[in-house]
Every structure is written in structure tokens, then in C-alpha cells.
Write a protein that binds this ligand. Structure first.
Ligand SMILES: *Cc1c(COP(=O)(O)O)cnc(C)c1O
Length: 479
């Protein structure tokens, strides 16, 4: 007879959990000994300790349930919990993607309804939900442009972007086989229309821009810009990442765009910290519809189906139909808010950003001193004189429990601090954030050392990110 299983508690690890060492008696196992582990660390702790362990872990990290997340350009609004409930309904999340269309009518209907809603929001007549994020939407949009020009027997090479463009724009352009033509912005932070006229010629395939742009400013000459691009048969692409400022107020189609993507995870609420999951549907004009990725969702005689047969399609860009869970959340958000609610959200997002702008412009440089849209871009130039950089300000915010804003983007602003409060933060939260930003501006002058050594109240202080990237170690020490 072998000894019974022996549990022996190991030394507490660095977060205080003691793991038992388990020795399995080899003879009693039906599995051949050479396939058996010699030891198996199974935690042997009671529920209260488990709950406290995970609660402690959950508050070591930052998340939007804990405190504000003022990241500009990324849009970290509150994600209603009802979205999560619905996305986890077994009928949705256990559906096999290879099910025949007649066995997934509900899911197809949901996607079809979402497409219809996005058509109303954008003014376009066709939508593909397939792209997995904004960046992939850009890529798909550019492939549509290429297919369009090819169908007209042309192959123009250049895509124009402003120098305030998000980094994914030039990356997608290069990936799609086009050349980037970058245009300097005016002193107002907008597209320079006179310069644009000079560079536009037959070799321009299109222009890619976000409106409002990454400085949080509305391109007021957008209709004129569109007609300049259209005059050489170029196409207008809108990067829809900043739609938060304009949903329910102005439609991309009405501004003269031909194609756009939307970032469902930014505008229509999906938690997306840490790089995913996302969804970047592409919307386009009627005559470009035939180029969209397959399968397309079709609705005939009350039945939903998938159409794989479209000879001009650019093909498939994602496994199955895209990130379905994000569609559920987006449709839930759209239906819950309704037309008026979505418009009000845009108005609140713009109001909140301007509130922050007005309250902080005395404390931080404002390179484009004008009304902004849903986000405001300050510069830390003034604080730099005291030896405090934007990075230090961002780190000091962590000590006060706030997430850092986006820093050093857009590239055309020195020491950029880009703040997007979103519509979901209350006046009280905005006031607390403003007060903390004012305190930090004060500290930069009077106690720079404190700011440059921040954070001191977080579980870890400044990390050596370059070293961490070079010597990656993501294993968790069990012993
Ligand atoms: C976020 C963002 C993107 C990229 O979108 P992802 O969904 O992260 O791929 C592109 N352009 C702008 C302006 C953005 O803010």
C-alpha cells in the first residue's frame, strides 16, 4: 500500500499565497507513470482568502470601474454591464460559427440590424462588420479604393494624410501597397486647403482623415476638401475613431466621404483595454458595395442568409463574421440610447472636453486655443522649463488614482497631453480630475522632484519598458 497523498504547504509566494505541494501516489493511478507529473501545485486555501486575493489583484490594476480613464483618441467610456449580460447569452456565445444560416437566424438578424443602424449613423448605404478593429477597417477601405480604381482602368498610387494622422493610417496605406503623401497642417491645426490643391493630381487615389481630427478640432473645410479630391476621381476615407463627437449631429456621407470605418469598441461601448477585442465595420457608398468582403448578410422574405457569391469582392478579411460579441454590445448600446440619446452623448462628450479645456488652460499650454470637440490637446512645454516632462505629469496622475491621459500624441504637439473625458464622467469626477491636474501643475513649479519621481503609491513604480521588451518574462513564479 502506498502512502496517502501528502499535502505540504510551500513558502508563501510574493503575493502571500501558500501553494500546497501535492505528491500523487503513482501506483493508484491508471495513467502510466511516465506521463504523470511528479508534483502538482493546487492552491489549498479557503474561499475568503481566494476572494481577497482576486480583489487585491483587481485593484492593483487600473480599470474604468475604479476611476476615470482620460485617454485621448482611445475612448475609454463606461461600458454598461447589461452589454456583458447580453453578449454572454448562451444562444449567442455558444453558437457554432459553422452553423447553417437557418440555425442562426437570431445572430444574423442582430448583425443585419446593426448594419442598418450604422447606415443611419453614417449616411452610407452598405456596411461590412468583418474588420476586427479600426486599423483593419482602414486596410479594408484602402483595398476598396484599389478595387474601385482598378475597375476604372486606373492605378493611382498616392494617399494623402495630414501630419496629425494616427499612426495606423500611414501603416495601413503602406500595407495596402499605396504611397503616403503627408500634408502639413495650418497654424489652426487643420488641413491646409491651398497646399492640398497644389499636391492633388491624377496620381492621388484618395485622402484619409479623421473628423474631428486628432487635435480634437473639426475640419470645417471638409466639403471643399472632398470636392478637390473628387475632382481627380480620388476617394475620401474617414477614419471614424473620433465619431464620438458627431454621432447624431453630422453624417460622414454628408461631409463628402465615400468610405469610413467605425470603431465599435470606442463609440458604441465595448471594454477594450489591453488591445482587444475590437470591431471596425466599414461603411461605403452604393457603387462600392460590390467590393466589400464576403459573406454579406442578406434579408429576403423575412429570412436572413449569407451571400458568399460576389465576384468583385476583395474577399474575406477575418475568420467567420468578425467579433460577434462586440456586435451584441454595440447594438445593445445603440438601442438603449436611441437616436436622441446618441446625439446627447456626443453633445455631452464635447461639453465635457470643453469644460476641462476652460478649467485647465490657465495651467497648461493650449497650442490650438479654440473650442474643441470631444478631446482636448494640451502641451507640457511650460512645465518642461521646471524639468518636468509630460511623461512625469502622466506618472504623477497615477498617484492620485487616475489613469494617465494619452501623451506624446499627436506628434505635431510638443509634449502633448491629450485628454478625452467622454460623456460618461460626472461633473464631480471631472472636477476631481481637474483639481488634480491643477495640483500637479503647481507641484511642477514648487516641487519638481516629487513629480519626476512619481508614481510612489502604485504597486510598482517606473518600469524599464525597453528592458522588459528585450528580456520578456511573462511566467509566474510558483515556487
Ligand atoms: C484608435 C484609433 C485608430 C485605430 O483603431 P483600432 O481600433 O485601435 O485599430 C485609428 N485612428 C484613430 C484616430 C484612432 O484614435
Amino acid at each position: 500500500m502506498s502512502e496517502p497523498t501528502i499535502f505540504e504547504l510551500s513558502k508563501p509566494d510574493r503575493i502571500g499565497v501558500r501553494l500546497p505541494k501535492l505528491d500523487i501516489p503513482l501506483q493508484t493511478s491508471p495513467i502510466p507513470p511516465n506521463y504523470l507529473r511528479k508534483s502538482l501545485p493546487i492552491p489549498e486555501i479557503h474561499e475568503l482568502d481566494v476572494v481577497r486575493h482576486y480583489t487585491r489583484l483587481s485593484i492593483m490594476n487600473h480599470h474604468v470601474d475604479k476611476e476615470m480613464y482620460p485617454l485621448g483618441s482611445c475612448t475609454m467610456k463606461y461600458n454598461p454591464k447589461i452589454n456583458e449580460e447580453l453578449a454572454r447569452l448562451p444562444g449567442f456565445c455558444q453558437l457554432h460559427p459553422l452553423s447553417p444560416a437557418n440555425a442562426m437566424q437570431g445572430a444574423l438578424q442582430l448583425m443585419w440590424e446593426l448594419e442598418e443602424a450604422l447606415k443611419i449613423v453614417t449616411g452610407f448605404s452598405a456596411v461590412s462588420l468583418q474588420p476586427a478593429a479600426g486599423a483593419q477597417g482602414e486596410f479594408v477601405g484602402l483595398l476598396l479604393m484599389r478595387a474601385y480604381h482598378k475597375s476604372r482602368g486606373r492605378s493611382p498610387k498616392k494617399i494623402i494624410i495630414p501630419d496629425s494622422a494616427h499612426g495606423t493610417n500611414p501603416a495601413s496605406i503602406t500595407l495596402a501597397g499605396f504611397e503616403v503623401l503627408q500634408l502639413p497642417s495650418t497654424h489652426e491645426g487643420l488641413v491646409n486647403v491651398e497646399e492640398l490643391k497644389k499636391v492633388v493630381d491624377e496620381n492621388v487615389a484618395g485622402l484619409m482623415i479623421t473628423n474631428p481630427n486628432t487635435l480634437g478640432l473639426f475640419e470645417k473645410h471638409i466639403v471643399e476638401i472632398s470636392s478637390i479630391i473628387h475632382s481627380v476621381d480620388g476617394l475620401m476615407y474617414m477614419d471614424g475613431a473620433n465619431l464620438n463627437a458627431i454621432v447624431g449631429i453630422v453624417k460622414p456621407f454628408d461631409m463628402g466621404f465615400d468610405i469610413c470605418h467605425l470603431n465599435l469598441h470606442k463609440t458604441f461601448s465595448t471594454p477594450h483595454g489591453g488591445g482587444g477585442p475590437g470591431s471596425g465595420p466599414v461603411c461605403c457608398r452604393k457603387d462600392l458595395e460590390k467590393f466589400l468582403p464576403v459573406p454579406r448578410i442578406v434579408h429576403t422574405n423575412g429570412k436572413f442568409d449569407l451571400n458568399w457569391h460576389e465576384k468583385d469582392s476583395i474577399g474575406k478579411v477575418h475568420t467567420f463574421f468578425g467579433n460577434f460579441g462586440v456586435f451584441v454590445r454595440a447594438l445593445c448600446y445603440i438601442r438603449m440610447n436611441g437616436k436622441e440619446g446618441l446625439k446627447k452623448n456626443s453633445q455631452m462628450a464635447v461639453l465635457n472636453a470643453n469644460y476641462i479645456r476652460c478649467k485647465l488652460q490657465e495651467y497648461y499650454d493650449l497650442p490650438y486655443p479654440t473650442k474643441c470637440m470631444h478631446e482636448v490637446v494640451f502641451s507640457g512645454d511650460r512645465q518642461k522649463k521646471y524639468g518636468v516632462r509630460t511623461l512625469d505629469i502622466a506618472k504623477r496622475l497615477l498617484d492620485f488614482g487616475f489613469h494617465a491621459p494619452t501623451v506624446y500624441f499627436p506628434l505635431i504637439v510638443h509634449e502633448a497631453i491629450m485628454i478625452e473625458p467622454t460623456e460618461t464622467e460626472s461633473l464631480q469626477t471631472l472636477d476631481r480630475f481637474i483639481e488634480v491636474m491643477q495640483i500637479i501643475a503647481e507641484e511642477a513649479q514648487t516641487n519638481a522632484e516629487l513629480v519626476v519621481s512619481a508614481p510612489t503609491k502604485t504597486p510598482v513604480s517606473r518600469l524599464n519598458e525597453a528592458l522588459a521588451a528585450k528580456l520578456l518574462d511573462v511566467s509566474y513564479p510558483l515556487e
